[in-house]
Design a binder for this molecule. Sequence first.
Ligand SMILES: Cc1cc2nc3c(=O)[nH]c(=O)nc-3n(C[C@H](O)[C@H](O)[C@H](O)COP(=O)(O)OP(=O)(O)OC[C@H]3O[C@@H](n4cnc5c(N)ncnc54)[C@H](O)[C@@H]3O)c2cc1C
Length: 266
Amino acid sequence: MYAFQFERATDAKAAVAKLKADPDAKFLGGGQSLLAAMKLRLAAPSALIDVSRIPGMADIRVENNEVVIGAAARHADVAANAEVRRRIPALAALAGGIGDRQVRAMGTIGGSLANDDPAACYPAAVLGLGATVVTDRRSIKADDFFKGLYETALEPDELITAVRFPIPDQAAYIKFANPASRFALVGVMVARTGNTVRVAVTGAADSVFRCQPLEQALSASFTAAAARAVKIGPSRLNTDLHASAEYRAHLIPVLAARAVEQALKG
Ligand SMILES: Cc1cc2nc3c(=O)[nH]c(=O)nc-3n(C[C@H](O)[C@H](O)[C@H](O)COP(=O)(O)OP(=O)(O)OC[C@H]3O[C@@H](n4cnc5c(N)ncnc54)[C@H](O)[C@@H]3O)c2cc1C
């Protein structure tokens, strides 16, 4: 790890001003991705601006049929929050299934989304539930947020302050977890609100994506059988040491079917 400055921000405006003044500085959430990259010397920020203790930025509240989660909320806090568990149990379960206890105690939703790891769980929740990412300067719809491998719509000095999740009628997230890290080899979020079904897939490609064939099938019939009958081609999916593209393609409808079963159970 190279030497760096450390500062703890006390408000969002000041944190953003620090990054505007020094383009080599970076925000620090829970450090669960960034510190590992720094230890491997894959990242060498001049300064870390800790945004995880900005007052109010870890708050979780319900507002106008949305669950609003502050960007600095830790995974463990989202998993344990009574309102999240009651209004969007799938989201609480997803947060509770991230990594291990230590990762959940430190990692934040804002850090996870800004990092946009192709195998991360939160991107599937944000895209599948049709959430809105709120930053210090604008609101970004989930469909416009994820741009590619570790790439989002965020400007380099843009701070995520909260995420607004509309409350669905039914939803569930099922992942086939890497047994070592718990990252998703493939993870599928299914959410139904009225007649609209959204299906987001993580872990399978360069970035999280919506799966239209599954959305169409499940909009016509919200059943596990309908999900299982969908065939997904492997052509744009990842092959790595953990799984082939063909295996990932096979997993997508299988996990979607399990997610539908789970969502129907409530
Ligand atoms: C062993 C292990 C297992 C894991 N397993 C899983 C898993 O199963 N599923 C999963 O989804 N994830 C998993 N993770 C990743 C974990 O969820 C991290 O917490 C997450 O990727 C990063 O969040 P963080 O708060 O630690 O961000 P940091 O590491 O602090 O920052 C990551 C990036 O986000 C930026 N950033 C931080 N906060 C903000 C903000 N508010 N606004 C804008 N930019 C910001 C930073 O500058 C940096 O570029 C695992 C990590 C580890 C180490």
